[in-house]
Ligand binder design. Structure first.
Ligand code: NOJ
Length: 630
């Protein structure tokens, strides 16, 4: 049993609790503090209230109330080694994420679709990936490109039909590949039948499937929470003075997971797709499903620090573990289905609590803390220092690596491309793309490659707001232009726009990169980095990915092997993987300058490198996979 924390608790004790450790580390990262503070025995013996000295602003009683209630909501201690650690297909697989709208258009309407994906299944098999995660293809008004679901039991006509879906699934299974769907159940579309009934008939049982609340005096929303997509997290709904909660767009209404009937309805959806034969799910913002009862205001200081007022009231809610556990028992476990949670804000220790096999909640989770440098947000204009990847992964590998399974990724449909963050001018595009691939495919965990990453895809330049499509960008631009000139607002939105990763795949050198013969729904890039030309070039990023994927597939040490990170210069990331008698050594130069090779490298022979020959010094972004001689 853990302590009940108060302001008098020692930082050491708070730090030994899972949520305490994650929160302190996050606070320190955001405030620019760090390891030194944590490792200093003196600071560790201070009282919690002395955190005040680190912060320039006075911390108000509601800050402490919010922090303590979060800390005290978790009664479990930090986990040690899991008691069960089985071999699983999803630990051995490499996943490939498809953003269907931008993958391949088969009917010239300018939008990618399921038959387009089917046409590329051989490409994906030949690339060497084992499973696909497909972003939502359910019936939807497409306010947030499908993350606003109107009907969970049908396919949106822009993507095709249920027959197309069945063909996709059998096409994958015939090739020995698997499919996971995107399950969005923190919220539904406001056009979903449940929400419509809830609005039309306040007496209906569906009213309690969502959060309807009266506004505050003077017409303000019920609390001060901010939406992820700008403005208040509430929409005035139906009769005047009544609001309902929407943490994302105004058409994505948060479901009330405290309602048991609602939860059962969600499990029915899951079982329906599992009966069809899908292999699992990626669970959209699944850590947001349990909200603090009473929906109290968020703390201003935490809101400022995290860029999201209200977040501490729901990112790790009081019933999160119970709901995940119940969902697993009722829906996933009977099918032995795989789950990976999208869990923004969750750190290492709380991540373990969510994914420890014997706790039976999720199988795996995505952490996002490496996507920006500490203290930076997605919308800041800065150059990402690849050395941070070493800091981040070393921490994860040390505490998670050999015992828990984590998801390894850099790109997805919600972020600009990692390549462009590190090297905005694209000077080292190929070398860096290959180095990132080496790290992703040789660390301990399950890699998720996002479409185009295997070609070294980079950001798009958006020169006008009319070129952007994403609801997040458009809302943000509207909000910013009330405070700053349009050009400045566009720059800011452009730095973090999700559309960078949503521009279409390039299949050949024809117009629109062969994505469509119609008018594409968004700007396309045809810069010669397409699958056709890269297939023909033996040194291409694509062919490097293929070789690396084969290497991982054929060598268990790269999948289940123990990982140990070597002590080296901070710009050299070197580690070994070992299983049975098989031993690998990976050595990467995280900088764009030459560096000395580590003096303590083992006796090795080169297996794969992003440079044609090995020189005495390490070259810019050089990455090598070596076999260790016994
Ligand atoms: C996370 C998804 O990845 C993102 O694309 C979406 O906008 C939000 N969740 C809301 O569903």
């Amino acid at each position: 049993m853990m302590h009940t924390f108060t302001l008098k608790s020692r930082i050491r004790d708070v730090y030994s609790s899972p949520i305490g450790r994650d929160v302190i580390e996050k606070l320190l990262l955001q405030l620019g503090g760090g390891e030194k503070f944590i490792k200093n025995p003196l600071t560790m013996s201070l009282k919690l209230s002395s955190l005040q000295t680190l912060v320039k602003k006075p911390l108000t009683p509601d800050f402490w109330e919010a922090l303590l209630s979060l800390l005290n909501s978790e009664k479990s201690a930090c986990l040690e080694k899991p008691t069960v650690s089985e071999r699983k297909w999803w630990k051995e697989s490499v996943f490939y994420q498809i953003y269907p709208r931008s993958f391949c258009d088969s009917n010239a309407d300018g939008i990618g679709d399921i038959p387009g994906i089917i046409a590329k299944l051989d490409y994906l098999r030949d690339l060497g990936v084992d499973a696909l995660w497909i972003c939502p293809i359910y019936d939807s008004p497409q306010d947030d490109n499908g993350y606003d679901i109107r009907d969970y039991f049908s396919i949106d006509s822009v993507f095709g039909s249920m027959e197309d879906f069945d063909l996709l699934l059998s096409g994958l299974h015939d090739r020995g590949m698997r499919l996971i769907m995107d399950l969005v159940v923190n919220h539904t579309s406001d056009e979903h039948e449940w929400f419509r009934q809830a609005v039309n008939d306040p007496e209906s049982k569906y009213r309690d499937y969502y959060f309807f609340r009266k506004g505050k005096e003077g017409g303000a929303p019920p609390n001060n929470w901010i939406s992820f997509f700008s403005g208040p997290a509430w929409k005035e709904t139906g009769d005047s003075g009544s609001w309902s909660l929407c943490l994302f767009s105004k058409k994505q209404m948060d479901l009330n997971w405290d309602n048991p009937e609602m939860r059962q309805d969600v499990y029915k959806i899951i079982r329906w797709w599992l009966d069809k034969g899908v292999d699992g799910f990626r669970l959209d913002v699944i850590n947001l499903i349990s909200k603090t009862p009473g929906l109290p205001d968020g703390n201003e200081f935490i809101g400022e620090l995290m860029g999201m007022r209200g977040i501490e009231r729901y990112f790790y809610g009081p019933n999160l573990h119970d709901y995940l556990h119940e969902m697993r028992e009722e829906a996933f476990e009977p099918y032995d289905a795989f789950t990976v949670g999208e869990t923004p804000g969750i750190g290492i220790e709380s991540g373990k609590l969510l994914t420890a096999p014997d706790r039976r909640e999720l199988d795996m989770m995505f952490s996002f803390d490496h996507l920006e440098m500490p203290g930076k947000t997605r919308f800041d204009e800065y150059v990402y220092d690849a050395a941070f990847l070493k800091t981040y992964y070393t921490r994860w590998m040390r505490s998670y690596g050999n015992d828990y399974q984590t998801a390894l990724f850099y790109d997805n449909h919600d972020n600009p491309r990692m390549l462009s963050k590190i090297d905005p001018q694209g000077k080292f595009r190929d070398k860096l793309a290959k180095m990132l691939a080496v790290i992703q495919l040789t660390l301990r965990g399950t890699p998720f490659i996002y479409q185009g990453q295997e070609l070294g895809a980079v950001n798009m330049s958006f020169n006008n707001i009319d070129e952007l499509r994403d609801v997040e960008s458009l809302n943000m631009y509207r909000e910013l232009t009330s405070k700053m000139p349009e050009a400045e607002a566009l720059r800011k939105v452009g730095s973090g726009a999700r559309d960078h990763a949503r521009i279409p795949m390039q299949w050949d050198s024809s117009k629109h990169g062969g994505f469509t013969t119609g008018q594409p729904w968004i700007k396309t890039l045809a810069d010669g980095n397409d699958t056709e030309s890269q297939s023909e070039d033996k040194d291409s990023v694509l062919n490097f990915y293929k070789r690396l994927l084969q290497l991982r597939k054929n060598n268990e040490a790269l999948v289940y092997g123990e990982i140990s990170v070597l002590k080296t210069h901070e710009l050299i990331f070197a580690y070994s993987r070992e299983s049975g008698g098989e031993k690998y050594y990976i050595e990467c130069n995280l900088s764009d300058r030459q560096r000395e090779r580590p003096a303590n490298r083992p006796d090795v022979e080169l297996v794969l490198s992003n440079y044609p020959t090995e020189s005495e010094k390490m070259m810019a972004y050089e990455a090598g996979v070596y076999r260790i001689r016994n």
